[in-house]
Write a protein that binds this ligand. Structure first.
Ligand SMILES: NC(=O)c1ccc[n+]([C@@H]2O[C@H](COP(=O)([O-])OP(=O)(O)OC[C@H]3O[C@@H](n4cnc5c(N)ncnc54)[C@H](O)[C@@H]3O)[C@@H](O)[C@H]2O)c1
Length: 318
């Protein structure tokens, strides 16, 4: 049976699609290319351009599929504050539309890419899945709403549902956007370009940065969860790393003479974010392998390789 990945031309979705094809699976991707790039996909992946709200297209694609990975979403926190209605439509209504199409086509399993952002500020760290979420942006609200929808509707219609709360994923091919870019690829670009590394807040805020291949591994293993039939699982490293540490590590590894500038203007976000992995270990056998030092090293190597083989094909993108 085949596997459908929505948002499969994006940063995480394309890495998942390529890994599944490598593993011998038949993989279909549905992506509207609002942020994705089909050039990221290996030739064995069957790419279809379209939206998760296109019911006839979904109906056709879902024939012969037994698992849907739902990664299609708008993913920029700052943008969601400006355009909450759009985020609600893409991330919440889009998820409900997908669920209806899955019911009509009789698809038994859905794995949803949720986010560690649903937790917001938490006193107790590392954060267990039973913590009460305090979403701090429309993006985080949309992810939490979609989680509720998939589990509630999944229970009513007999669909097995897994929501993976992915913390701060990073890796090669991660976009560097003109604004609100993710911190690691942004710092790498700034360090390699000799510019200053700009830190919002005092840089002591910590995040749980999880490398791309570890996230992909968790996503693949989620397909094997039989019980419980509806579960939510953290995917991080269990280690909090400060933004100052990231900046310092990138400056060291690049040998850059860049300096660090602190911007008091914008909030640095929540002060701490660190995943408790007890449930991930139990349900997924999940053990993240890539340290932050190694992950940054691999991103720098990928830069060198793409510079020697021509421009990166993937757009710089969450
Ligand atoms: N990257 C992270 O750190 C991170 C952390 C937590 C959760 N997530 C979640 O993982 C998923 C993938 O994130 P990413 O970082 O790869 O982002 P991304 O923007 O690279 O991928 C999202 C993809 O969805 C596509 N898309 C958007 N709306 C669509 C629609 N209506 N129909 C079809 N396709 C649509 C985009 O074109 C894009 O290719 C998202 O759901 C995101 O919320 C990511």
């Amino acid at each position: 049976m085949g596997i459908l990945i929505t948002g499969g031309a994006g940063f995480l979705g394309s890495a998942l699609a390529n890994a599944l094809v490598d593993g011998g699976h038949e993989v279909l991707v549905l992506d509207d290319l609002s942020a994705g790039d089909p050039n990221r996909l290996d030739p064995g992946v069957l790419f279809h351009r379209g939206s998760i709200t296109d019911r006839p297209k979904l109906w056709t694609l879902l024939q012969g599929v037994d698992t849907v990975y739902h990664l299609a979403a708008r993913v920029l926190v700052a943008e969601s504050i400006l355009y909450p209605r759009e985020y609600n439509e893409a991330n919440v209504s889009g998820t409900v539309a997908l669920l209806e199409a899955m019911r009509d086509a009789g698809i038994p399993r859905l794995i949803f890419a949720s986010s560690g952002a649903v937790y917001g500020d938490q006193t107790d760290q590392p954060i267990h899945e039973t913590a009460t979420p305090h979403p701090l942006s429309p993006y985080a609200v949309s992810k939490l709403s979609a989680e509720h929808y998939i589990h509630t509707i999944g229970a009513l219609w007999g669909t097995t549902t897994v929501a993976l709360r992915i913390f701060n994923a990073y890796g090669p091919g991660q976009p560097v956007l003109p604004s609100h870019s993710p911190v690691i690829p942004r710092f790498i670009s700034q360090a390699l370009g000799g510019g200053s590394l700009v830190i919002f807040g005092d840089g002591e805020q910590t995040r749980d940065f999880v490398y791309l291949t570890d996230v992909v591994h968790a996503l693949i293993e989620a397909r094997n969860i039989g019980k419980p039939e509806h579960c939510t699982v953290n995917v991080g490293t269990g280690i909090g790393v400060s933004i100052n540490q990231i900046a310092q590590e990138i400056i060291t590894q690049t040998g850059s003479s860049s300096n660090i500038i602190y911007s008091p203007v914008s909030s640095g976000g929540v002060s701490r974010l660190q995943a408790d992995l007890t449930r991930a270990r139990k349900l997924l056998g999940y053990r993240p392998k890539i340290t932050i030092e190694e992950g940054i090293r691999r991103m720098l190597q990928a830069r060198v390789q793409s510079a020697s083989t021509g421009p990166q094909q993937s757009p710089e993108g969450e």
